[in-house]
Design a binder for this molecule. Sequence first.
Ligand SMILES: [Fe+2]
Ligand SMILES: [Fe+2]
Length: 139
Amino acid sequence: MIRILKWSPEMCVGFEAMNDDHRRLIALTNRLITAFYAGVGDGVVTLYFHDVLNGLRDHFREEEAWLAQCGDPGLAEHRAEHAAFLADLAGFSLPGEGGALLRRLCDWLTSHMAAMDGGHPPPEEDGETAFQDGGMPVS
Ligand SMILES: [Fe+2]
Ligand SMILES: [Fe+2]
């Protein structure tokens, strides 16, 4: 059985809306994990999985737009990693591969948010990145 995901300070980025999005993805994933192991039925598990997928697609689009605005030099690699993960998830079938799917989802989210998302935006070469009140970088 897989443990639910927990928010970690390593996952923090410099734009609060992205942190909120990450917390929302963790909550959606935890709802899916809980439903799967509670045996609520394949229909509910499939529905919750589609909510996670839609949440990921929306989040990736928002995050990539934000990173582009930040001028992130790693954007192409980051975007490719998002796309590869969505393609990977499409290869699982429910309910038979539910356990493997949840493991992949949890492992990827934990490592990606900490290693690739965490700490963004990257520091600018001449010093600090300026932010408006809402957390969006000022160009
Ligand atoms: Fe990301
Ligand atoms: Fe992210």
